[in-house]
Write a protein that binds this ligand. Structure first.
Ligand SMILES: Cc1cc2nc3c(=O)[nH]c(=O)nc-3n(C[C@H](O)[C@H](O)[C@H](O)COP(=O)(O)O)c2cc1C
Length: 373
């Protein structure tokens, strides 16, 4: 009898993964001037012991204006790089889980307050705010300060900032870079006809709207070591009539595949406050399935995947190659252990925790020695 598919090894662009559970990127809004702090050490440290296959570091801004909030992590100078190096060094000392990094620019959704302070936009004259940029001067929500449209120089600056951050990520030994093309942030703002109203070659037709995100992808792909993966996270739908949808996502995924993208992570929404999301278990899996049927690169599904059998069914039926967890693994950082125990899989546990293995799951931990003493 074969074991659970969720705990079969997988591969993303040459990166070997122990199973099919990915930790999704999760902003912590706990950085200082873009620098990771002790919070990141604790947060990423505990997730690195979870038994998942890949730890994705939160949306990391490629320039200060690309942060969602003033407390976002960045990777734009030596100080931000050194702060991340310190955290990575500690995490790696105790975990061999591969680490991916999401590179991001928030575009018109930048310059907001912390979510637990309401998350509202902060005006450029606020101490913690700044002027935002976007493809077109259209505010995200009514009453907000509109972004400045990026001109040629601005596009080059942003693209080069992604490249510079990719060089830093390579130096930090990051195993894979994920570009944030989802949730209504800058690259998604170029993709969607709702936020991109440009009349130059970066707006209008689908081909034109794909142009800047593909240019950024190509530039990052060229900058990051060829033997390490560059992936893309997308929103499979804006969930608004006339917006970005599954069909356009497939065209984007196919274009990325021909350019050497190692995986596509299919999320959804975030571009327009009018969105009507059919929230429920696996609500975004149909979008992942649609992309999976159209490309041959690995596809990651995400969104309200909470149950072990549900996760096993997603990868078992081939709707996606991997599943990603965000809130689920914050709530239960040992979710992969519990899933393995439930489904009959095996996970890696640190030596210090081997004695926690319950008697009824004798072969849960993937170790040489005995768990009992
Ligand atoms: C605290 C928190 C922070 C998040 N930060 C990011 C982020 O940095 N980048 C990103 O692409 N998505 C981010 N997301 C979205 C998650 O990665 C994920 O797509 C979403 O929460 C749905 O998955 P879930 O149902 O397992 O939470 C965040 C979600 C949460 C809950």
């Amino acid at each position: 009898m074969s074991g659970p598919k969720l705990f079969e090894p997988s591969e993303v662009g040459g990166l070997s993964l122990a199973n099919r559970i990915v930790i999704a990127p999760m902003c912590q809004y706990s950085a200082e001037d873009g620098c990771m702090t002790d919070w990141h050490l604790i947060h990423l440290g505990q997730l690195a012991l979870s038994g998942a296959a890949l730890l994705t570091i939160e949306a990391t801004a490629v320039e200060p204006e690309g942060r969602i909030t003033y407390a976002d992590v960045g990777l734009w100078d030596d100080a931000t790089e050194a702060a991340m190096a310190r955290v990575l060094e500690s995490v790696r000392r105790h975990s061999d889980m591969p680490i991916a990094l999401q590179l991001a620019h928030a575009g018109r959704k930048a310059s907001t307050d912390l979510p637990w302070h309401g998350g509202k936009q902060l005006a450029p004259d606020h101490a913690n705010g700044w002027q935002t940029v976007a493809p077109s001067p259209l505010a995200f929500a009514e009453g907000e300060n509109p972004p400045a449209a990026l001109d040629r120089d601005g596009l080059t600056r942003v693209r080069d900032a992604f490249v510079a951050a990719a060089h830093r990520a390579a130096r930090l030994g990051i195993d894979a870079v994920q570009l944030h093309g989802a949730h209504g942030y800058l690259l998604h703002q170029f993709l969607s006809p709702l936020s991109n109203r440009r009349d130059d070659e970066y707006g209008g037709s689908l081909e034109n709207r794909l142009r800047f995100p593909l240019e950024v992808f190509d530039a990052v792909r060229a900058a990051f070591p060829a033997d390490r993966a560059v992936t893309m996270r997308v929103s499979g739908s804006d969930w608004v009539e006339g917006g970005w949808d599954a069909e356009q996502t497939i065209a984007f995924a196919q274009a990325l595949e021909t350019r050497g993208c190692a995986a596509i992570h299919v999320s959804g929404g975030g571009l327009d406050p009018r969105q009507e999301i059919p929230v429920g278990p696996s609500y975004q899996v149909p979008l992942a399935r649609a992309v999976k049927q159209a490309v041959s690169l690995p596809v990651v599904a995400v969104g309200l995947i909470t149950d072990y059998e549900q996760a096993e069914a997603i990868v078992g039926t081939g709707d996606a190659d991997l599943i990603a967890l965000a809130r689920t693994i914050l709530y239960d950082p040992r979710w992969p252990w519990h899933a393995a125990a439930h489904l009959g899989g095996r996970v890696k546990a640190p030596d210090q925790y081997l004695r926690s293995q319950p008697r009824q799951y004798r072969s849960l931990f993937d170790v040489e020695g005995s768990a009992e003493s």
